[in-house]
Design a protein around this ligand. Structure first.
Ligand SMILES: NC(=O)c1ccc[n+]([C@@H]2O[C@H](COP(=O)([O-])OP(=O)(O)OC[C@H]3O[C@@H](n4cnc5c(N)ncnc54)[C@H](OP(=O)(O)O)[C@@H]3O)[C@@H](O)[C@H]2O)c1
Length: 210
């Protein structure tokens, strides 16, 4: 797939590297595409990868990964304008400035806000409930970390499921985009376990069924 990754931080960097290794075409959209950080990322990903502006990154893409801080999201999507039916994967978590909680919940979610701000995109929530260590390697012995995703557009969800599965996660379809109201607080539980309860970020959620 042709994937534009907006945000070249921890999440954008690891998912871009891994998808490039899996043969996807990656365009990193950055505020500073010629920075040392972006040049290194592009070099790590190989010759088919480019670092560029956000607009150029999305021009040729089928899928956009939004991996930027929540407070920057509304303005960023406003500047991007018409997303022409592209699949927009929302990996954000609407964390408060001190990371002690989330700004939205129960009656709406970051993903639903994003769908309002980007009405021509097909929004799928994913990749917000695992750490970047787990994104780098979701396999724990005989177990695979679960990755929850949700959205209202079934073909868009199928594409995201393929990307999730390709990385080694167990994909868990949580239903419509409103399910982000549950997946986003789950990320807060993860942060709490990892950083307050001392588990660290090399742990993951797994859904069991029988
Ligand atoms: N870290 C995790 O374990 C994790 C896990 C799941 C979800 N998330 C969520 O995923 C999103 C990205 O997290 P991250 O850890 O990758 O963040 P990060 O390391 O801080 O990187 C965010 C990137 O977003 C871009 N950006 C665009 N506008 C920005 C602004 N106004 N201020 C700062 N950066 C801006 C920057 O890339 P350029 O400099 O290239 O523009 C920056 O490197 C967040 O919403 C976070 O809550 C994080």
């Amino acid at each position: 797939m042709k994937i534009a990754i907006l945000g070249t931080g921890s999440v954008g960097g690891i998912l871009g590297r891994r998808w490039a290794q899996l043969g996807h075409t990656i365009r990193f959209g950055s505020r500073l595409p010629t920075s040392e950080k972006v040049l290194q990322l592009v070099a790590d990903c190989g010759p088919s990868t480019r670092g560029t502006t956000w607009h150029e990154a999305i021009t040729d893409s089928e899928v956009i990964l939004l991996a930027i801080p929540w407070p920057a999201t509304q303005e960023a999507l406003g500047e991007l304008g018409d997303l022409g039916g592209r699949v927009l994967i929302d990996a954000t978590n609407p964390l408060t400035a001190d990371f002690s909680g989330i700004e939205l919940g129960h009656t709406t979610s970051a993903a639903e806000q994003i769908a309002d701000w980007a009405p021509t995109a097909r929004v799928v929530k994913a990749f917000n409930s695992a750490s970047t260590k787990v994104m780098a390697d979701p396999v724990f012995g005989d177990h695979r970390a679960s990755m929850f995703y949700c959205g209202d557009d079934l073909p868009a969800k199928a594409m995201v499921r393929e990307l999730v599965t390709g990385l080694g996660f167990d994909p868990i379809d949580a239903g419509p985009l409103t399910s982000a109201r549950y997946i986003e607080p789950l990320a807060m539980l993860y942060i709490h376990l990892a950083f307050k309860q001392g588990w660290g970020s090399n742990c993951a959620f797994e859904v069991l069924k029988r």
